[in-house]
Write a protein that binds this ligand. Structure first.
Ligand SMILES: [Fe+2]
Length: 216
């Protein structure tokens, strides 16, 4: 049966994956800066690849919120919600993401990880606060006022500019078993096929970035 209200699970797990991975990278960069871990050139390049992809994903996600989700919410529930604080957070994120991109490039070229560790920790703290606020404020409004068709447009826009190779295996990584089962039911067999195609490469890259003992 078609859902009567927007399905927020995909968004929720995307948020969880962003927060989780930025926090793990902040801890890793701190360990590298303090000398508790070390990086070969190949590991430093893999860390830079993952950090860059993640920053791109976060930028794209909040740009689509600004450009597609905010107008949908304002149309459906304009009087009920004030998006200014969340928009301000988005404009604070962009310069930090740009800074992290240049810091991780410097790190991959042989620099130390101190500045990167500081910025990633700041990003992790900002995202924790911002995403908690966004979900607390907006999820009930979306469920109550936004149509399933409008929500699909938002999800399609987010998916379209994303990087499936990075995004999809992380959904599998961060979803709880019951959530993953629900996503599989919603998406059909295509999700299972894509996950099996992308899983191996994702695991190899994660192993190189975080090492064999790292946990999610
Ligand atoms: Fe946001």
């Amino acid at each position: 049966m078609a859902p009567k209200t927007p399905e927020l699970l995909g968004f929720q797990i995307t948020h969880r994956a962003m927060r989780g991975d930025v926090r793990r990278l902040a801890r890793l960069a701190t360990d590298l800066a303090d000398g508790r871990q070390s990086a070969t050139r190949a590991r430093a390049a893999a860390i830079a690849g993952f950090v860059t992809a993640l920053c791109h994903g976060i930028h794209h996600h909040h740009t689509m919120e600004d450009q597609v989700l905010w107008p949908v919410i304002e149309r459906a529930a304009g009087a009920e919600v004030d998006l200014r604080d969340l928009s301000d957070d988005h404009s604070e994120l962009d310069p930090l993401l740009a800074e992290i991109n240049s810091q991780v490039t410097a790190f991959a070229s042989g620099g130390d990880a101190r500045a990167l560790a500081v910025s990633l920790t700041r990003l992790a703290d900002m995202l924790d606060e911002h995403i908690e606020e966004e979900e607390r404020l907006l999820f009930p409004i979306i469920t109550k006022y936004v149509s399933v068709a409008d929500w699909k447009r938002v999800e399609d826009a987010v998916r379209k500019g994303g990087n499936i190779r990075v995004d999809l295996p992380r959904i599998e990584q961060y979803a709880r078993p019951a959530e993953l089962a629900r996503l599989r039911r919603l998406a059909g067999p295509v999700l299972t096929v894509l996950l099996s195609l992308l899983r191996g490469g994702h695991r190899r890259r994660q192993l190189l970035v975080f090492g064999p003992l790292a946990e999610v």
